[in-house]
Design a protein around this ligand. Structure first.
Ligand SMILES: [Mn+2]
Length: 319
């Protein structure tokens, strides 16, 4: 059943022994919600714990460290930032049909909990946790605020994405009234790179390919490069490369090609208006959003390159 933040607050106030579920392959929002809500409930004298199918990456470890890990038999299960029980990963089987309350902000989502509070206008689910906390009359502190702030900062790309609203800034501003190192957090989340990652970027940028009068930039992450760097970087360091080519002035179509197998390539595209990345990826059976999309192409490197280039060039031809 769909419900509102008043009822969500009431459910949290009336129950105890909470298990909070985050989605697998966790991002700052689901973890910020999980540990933030856990902190809020613990501060009210309730028992609460957080569970996620995958480990927390080191740069977000402070979220996990913000609460006391409690051991008890859970009675109330809440999911945060989870649009579909599939996204719970290995936890799906155990908990999917026992979730009392789902708090989420995804436009397209499945209803799986007894009560669902969803607000797609929220840039981050952490905005909703903050509003529910106010509704509950909960007392916050720096540690709780650092969790909720992290979710908002990460889901908005440090307040840069178009999903950022005045409400986002207002809530972030209210959270900043508590004592936590927001400058340090943003540095860790958005600027800090390992030495291996910088070397990896250097390696792929060495072979960056330009096409379509420099309006297309392509970077290749081949298996050779992955193997060369696998002992120097974390798996996490191979992510987030798709934004690199788009940073180049004049490039309207940034493409990152990751080799997944000898004859399997995953293509990520980032575009500038009016280039529709989803349409370009659609040529290869992929899809996504207008500004960010992806597809998979089978074949060896030469074959994939020969397939891809003319389609990319055609896409930038009309502008
Ligand atoms: Mn989110």
């Amino acid at each position: 059943m769909l419900t509102d933040k008043k009822k969500a607050a009431q459910i949290l106030l009336e129950n105890d022994d909470f298990l909070i579920l985050c989605h697998a392959n966790p991002d700052g929002d689901t973890l910020g919600c999980g540990y933030g809500l856990c902190g809020i409930l613990q501060k009210m004298g309730k028992r609460a714990k957080v569970l996620c199918a995958d480990p927390v990456v080191s740069r977000m470890q402070y979220l996990k460290d913000s609460v006391v890990q409690q051991e008890f038999d859970e009675k109330t299960i809440v999911s945060v930032d989870v649009a579909d029980t599939k996204l719970l990963g290995s936890l799906e089987e155990l908990y999917a049909d026992r979730i009392l309350l789902a708090i989420d902000h995804h436009e397209s989502r499945k209803e799986f909990a007894q009560y669902t509070f969803v607000d797609p206008d929220a840039a981050a689910a952490c905005e909703l946790i903050y509003e529910i906390a106010l509704e509950m009359g909960a007392e916050l502190d720096g540690r709780i605020a650092s969790c909720l702030y992290t979710g908002i900062a990460t889901d908005t790309g440090c307040f840069k994405f178009t999903n950022t609203t005045s409400r986002t800034h207002r809530i972030a501003g209210e959270l900043m009234a508590y004592d936590f190192p927001h400058g340090e957090i943003n540095y860790q989340l958005f600027d800090l790179k390992s030495k291996g990652r910088i070397e990896l970027e250097q390696r792929i940028l060495r072979d960056i390919e330009f096409a379509g009068d420099d309006r297309i930039a392509i970077v290749w992450l081949t298996l050779d490069i992955v193997n060369e760097f696998s002992d120097r970087v974390d798996t996490e360091d191979f992510n987030g490369l798709a934004s690199l080519p788009r940073q180049i002035e004049g490039v309207v179509l940034g493409v990152t090609v990751k080799q997944k197998g000898e004859n399997l390539f995953k293509v990520s595209m980032r575009s500038t208006e009016p280039i529709n990345a989803a349409e370009v990826c659609g040529v290869f059976g992929g899809g996504g959003h207008a500004r960010a999309a992806g597809c998979t192409i089978e074949g060896n490197l030469q074959f994939v390159r020969a397939k891809l280039l003319p389609v990319l060039e055609k896409a930038v031809e009309q502008i």
